[in-house]
Design a protein around this ligand. Structure first.
Ligand code: SF4
Ligand SMILES: [Zn+2]
Ligand SMILES: [Zn+2]
Length: 311
């Protein structure tokens, strides 16, 4: 297959767009796609301070690389969850640290153990992801707001967003649907503005970009990801995409166009928001989920993270 732009050998076949691209045209395509996404959804400008949640995986490191190349002022934030199984947190940190060091970028680090006195594996729950996700949202939001950053960026790609959308639609999770957008405006002074500049690039595209740029990221998934429901939905969507290229993008972008239909519901949720009695962060409970998990003893856990805590 040849590159549709310059006729050199293609390194990727973008089936949804019915064209192949060579390495250098693909690189230009990724930069252009991210820049267009930033502009289309009015995410941020080159004058603003940007915080990127960096996991050490391909998406967040590729995002950081793209933003720096495009001239945006971006600082990284790594949340050390204390996952010792297969040395996951240590390896993830090393990938993020060496990426930042080699490029002279600033990487902030927050350790869950410093907040809870224990890592995510020590909380005594069989399914870690909901609690882990809640802790990451809490800490990234807090650092972004208290550090005076204009936006908090995450490396979510099209596959991530389409999988979550399918899951939320199948369960008619209206509250989550109302909040799923490339830009989430803050509706409380202690909430950061959240943006997803990679949302129109697929997982395959971000992986190839990272590989072509020589980014050393953690390839293996988190050892607790096996049970993650999102992986199941990603596989289903990939099968649909294989049969009907372009479905994933249509599914997500049309949803973004119409998700204002859920705005009224989002408004109701915002009205129920109060400040946690312990830490002062926004929550719909008296005490937020982060503080509840911090306080409770091992064995007394397992309570679900409520929808109201997904601020
Ligand atoms: S897979 Fe689950 S436990 Fe692992 S980092 Fe992601 S959310 Fe946390
Ligand atoms: Zn080319
Ligand atoms: Zn709290």
């Amino acid at each position: 297959m040849k590159c549709k732009v310059c006729k050199r050998p293609a390194v990727i076949n973008l089936r949804a767009q019915n064209r192949g691209l060579c390495a250098s045209c693909f690189d230009a395509y990724v930069l252009d796609r991210v820049e267009r996404t930033i502009k289309r959804f009015r995410m941020f400008s080159r004058r603003e301070r940007i915080l990127i949640a960096v996991s050490g995986g391909k998406d967040s490191l590729a995002l950081w690389d793209v933003l720096v190349r495009l001239g945006y002022a971006a600082t990284g934030l790594f949340i050390d969850l204390g996952i010792s199984k297969e040395g996951y947190s240590a390896r993830s940190y090393e990938a993020a640290r060496s990426f930042a060091h080699e490029r002279g970028l600033t990487l902030l680090v927050e350790r869950l153990k410093d907040w809870w006195g224990k890592g995510i594996e020590d909380i005594g729950c069989k399914i870690l992801c909901p609690i882990c996700g809640m802790a990451k949202r809490y800490l990234t939001n807090r650092v972004a707001v208290e550090g005076g950053y204009h936006v908090l960026c995450t490396g979510h790609n099209l596959d991530d967003e389409a999988a979550v959308l399918l899951l939320n639609l199948l369960n008619w999770q209206i509250g989550y649907l109302a909040r799923q957008a490339p830009v989430l405006e803050p509706w409380h002074r202690k909430l950061s503005r959240k943006v997803k500049p990679m949302v129109l690039l697929t997982e395959k595209e971000t992986a190839l970009y990272a590989m072509l740029r020589g980014i050393r990221y953690v390839m293996e998934a988190c050892p607790y990801a096996q049970g993650a429901t999102s992986l199941f939905y990603k596989r289903i969507l990939n099968r649909i995409e294989y049969r009907s290229p372009g479905t994933k993008q249509r599914f997500y972008t049309l949803f973004v166009r119409y998700n204002k239909l859920f705005k009224g519901i989002a408004q109701q949720e915002r009205e129920g928001l109060q400040e946690c009695e312990m830490c002062g962060q926004p929550t719909q409970e008296r005490v937020c989920a982060f503080c509840r998990f911090k306080e409770e003893r091992d064995g007394d856990l397992g309570r679900e993270v409520s929808e109201g805590d997904k601020v």
